[in-house]
Design a protein around this ligand. Structure first.
Ligand code: BG6
Length: 478
């Protein structure tokens, strides 16, 4: 039996572009994520290798309507409350607040929408955990400024966060500056609004944009603490420890390098300095980070309060080019681990890797951890009774929560909470599919946009309710 701390924040997580819909309502401006379709063009678009700046008839754009949370949030939050949620992680759509991104005044309709969502959560005693940007930005900032490659974006982000921290001072305490900041390396259009031009040095652009996001994150931390000293600011990484494929030192070394590539961002956000390994490696590639006067101090003086992360799987590195059997993963693939089983989408399932990753994160940063994403994407089916018996999801979550419990109890890691991903079915970030479902709540909507949006509780709904009611001490299937 696992014992979780008093006040542990159990809940679920979502992102604006994957559930709100209403892409052109309430004065919302067009965002990068609106223009990302399903199908084979999705990957070249999200990686910034295919410019796709307007809608066409040949594609389906799932974010336009998503699961219509914009109109149904009261019903959805009531369901979260029924499960006993203590926390709900959600994100702000930047283009609802500043439709173009560079205006001086915010859009009141957008601010009022989130205010109402936060108030609804508080009505049930649910703590909002707010991601300021989760793979989205106003398209105008991409057209006009080229996204985060441009340092001016820091000013617009500053205006956004100042508006949010001021308006929601009494409603929100937990803020996450950028979702999965390391995704800038793997999905730069989603992570930073970057579209590459022919012949550009892509690494240089990505690390320049990363520098701007890191500065923006530090600035947000500074402003948040000034506006309300109780505010708690977190960084967020797509985590998952790299294992060496063999005990060959070359594999071990490569695994270390691959981990550093991801930890680089958190090293800066949590320790406040660029790590030497990154500076040396970038310099060796001829890449200069565009540091300006005051940047070092800003980063140094404004480190995060907690480390949040997503965990879906561990990863494997091999220095041997003959070892190249790949497995699917969260946007970027890895070498297959023969000891692990995979989900229907080929993501490998490794609950112990969750504990290993948590230990690594805590050893490295010594700050409280917050698990803000974890879960199983599966093609749930309604049975003849109209029920979804998602025992496979319960098994996945149970195994992961058990390992998290051991990390807390046996390894002594302070963990603030656990918000599993996609607590209500939503659009997949990687594929755009609706079919890839993570929720405790089924949504009647398919890959082509057909369906009634009806919400149906799955078996895991009752199971998670029991988990929360017992503060994690009863994880048994029901
Ligand atoms: C994370 C993202 O990368 O993984 C989420 O923060 C995303 O936005 C989640 O949805 C699961 O990935 P996918 O591709 O299955 O939706």
């Amino acid at each position: 039996m696992v014992k979780f701390p008093e006040g542990f924040l159990w809940g679920g997580a979502t992102a604006a572009n994957q559930l709100e819909g209403a892409f052109d309502q309430g004065g919302r401006g067009l965002a990068n994520v609106d223009l990302v379709p399903t199908g084979p063009d999705r990957y070249p678009i999200i990686t910034g290798h295919m410019k796709h700046f307007s809608f066409d008839e040949d594609h389906f754009y799932p974010a336009k309507e998503a699961i219509d949370f914009y109109h149904r949030y009261k019903e959805d939050i009531a369901l979260f409350a029924e499960m006993g949620f203590k926390a709900y992680r959600m994100s702000i759509a930047w283009s609802r607040i500043f439709p173009k991104g560079d205006e001086l005044e915010p859009n009141e309709d957008g601010l009022a929408f989130y205010q109402s969502v936060f108030e609804e959560l508080h009505k049930y005693g649910i703590e909002p955990i707010v991601t300021i940007t989760h793979f989205d930005m106003p398209m105008h900032l991409i057209h006009e400024y080229g996204g985060w490659r441009n340092r001016k974006l820091i000013d617009f982000y500053e205006r956004l966060v100042t508006t949010l921290f001021t308006r929601y001072k009494d409603l929100v305490t937990y803020w996450i500056t950028f979702n999965e900041i390391n995704m800038i390396l793997h999905a730069p259009f989603m992570g930073a609004g970057i579209v590459f031009n022919e012949g550009e040095n892509e690494e240089e652009i990505k690390y320049t944009a990363a520098h701007h996001e890191l500065l923006a994150s530090a600035l947000a931390t500074k402003i948040a603490h000034q506006i309300n000293p109780n505010n708690k600011l977190g960084c967020m990484i797509a985590a998952g420890q790299y294992y060496p494929h063999t005990h060959n030192p070359a594999d071990v070394r490569l695994a270390q390098i691959m981990d550093q590539e991801n930890y680089f961002f958190i090293d800066v956000q949590s320790r406040g300095v660029y790590p030497n390994y990154a500076l040396r490696r970038l310099a060796a590639q001829g890449i200069q980070i565009p540091f300006e006067k005051g940047d070092e101090e800003l980063l140094k003086e404004n480190t995060v309060d907690f480390i949040s992360f997503s965990y879906y799987s561990s990863r494997v590195a091999s220095a041997d080019p003959k070892v190249n059997q790949q497995t699917e993963g969260n946007i970027f693939a890895s070498i297959k681990n023969e000891y692990l089983k995979s989900s229907e989408w080929g993501w490998q399932i490794d609950p112990l890797g969750f504990r290993i990753t948590m230990n690594e994160l805590y050893d490295r940063y010594q700050k409280p951890l917050f698990v803000v994403e974890n879960g199983l994407g599966a093609a749930d089916k309604l049975d003849q009774n109209g029920r979804i018996e998602d025992d496979y999801r319960i098994a996945y979550l149970k195994a992961h929560i058990e390992e998290m419990g051991k990390s807390i109890e046996e390894d002594g890691i302070p963990v603030i909470g656990y918000t599993s991903w996609g607590c209500i079915d939503l659009v997949s970030a990687g594929t755009g599919e609706m079919k890839k479902r993570y929720g405790y709540i089924y949504v009647d909507r398919d890959n082509e946009g057909k369906g009634t949006f009806k919400r149906i509780k799955k078996k895991s709904f009752d199971w998670y309710k029991q988990v929360i009611a017992t503060n994690g001490s009863n994880l048994e299937n029901i």
